[in-house]
Design a protein around this ligand. Structure first.
Ligand code: ADP
Length: 176
């Protein structure tokens, strides 16, 4: 019997993409043949990067890390409609903690009820259990712009939580 090619979408805001997201993507690629990182265009609170910038940054990361079978796109509207359009077999979501489970459980049940699509959950590594794009945006906005060319200590600390090229983009962004 021919092996089925499994295509997954990984929807989220990815504002910005973190090492936690990347960990889930790397683990996901042990299961899936194809993965589309799908950036929802619905406005996020305190947006840091535009959806276009996020697509560009992630595309650069995919090229840099030579990640095969992975692509990135942005989409409008319902995730399940986008999944159907892309002929995705499953939706991938990452889990950090029990707090994530409650919300993700409801979301997965709703998506299955309305569109019959399954969600696959992948637990992140312990070291990324506290990493969230929302908190990264907060640190970046509360730290403010560089003073006398110096990157605020809080922002410098983010280099442990996000990929290097994303950290460089963040520093450029804060200088604007
Ligand atoms: P966030 O919830 O951090 O604002 P997203 O909306 O981009 O990020 O999340 C997309 C998906 O990635 C969700 O399933 C979310 O639970 C998951 N995710 C986010 N951060 C992590 C992490 N550190 N480890 C594992 N999964 C994560």
């Amino acid at each position: 019997m021919a092996k089925k090619c499994v295509r997954a979408i990984f929807p989220g805001s990815f504002d910005p993409i973190t090492n936690g997201h990347l960990d889930v993507i790397d683990r996901g690629m042990k299961i899936f043949d194809e993965l589309i990182i799908a950036i929802g265009r619905s406005p996020v609170k305190n947006q840091l990067f535009t959806p276009e910038e996020r697509v560009e940054m992630i595309a650069e990361l995919i090229r840099e890390r030579q990640m095969t079978g992975i692509s990135v796109e942005s989409f409008d509207g319902l995730t399940v409609e986008y999944a159907a359009k892309k002929k995705a077999d499953v939706i991938l979501r990452g889990l950090r903690s029990l707090t994530d489970v409650q919300y993700e459980f409801q979301l997965a049940m709703t998506n299955r009820a309305v569109a019959g699509i399954e969600t696959v959950f992948i637990m992140t590594s312990e070291q990324y259990g506290f990493t969230s794009s929302t908190l990264i945006r907060e640190v970046a906005s509360l730290s403010g712009p560089p003073k006398a060319g110096r990157i605020p200590a809080g922002v410098a600390g983010l280099s442990n939580l996000i990929p290097n090229s994303i950290y460089e983009r963040l520093k450029q962004h804060l200088k604007k």
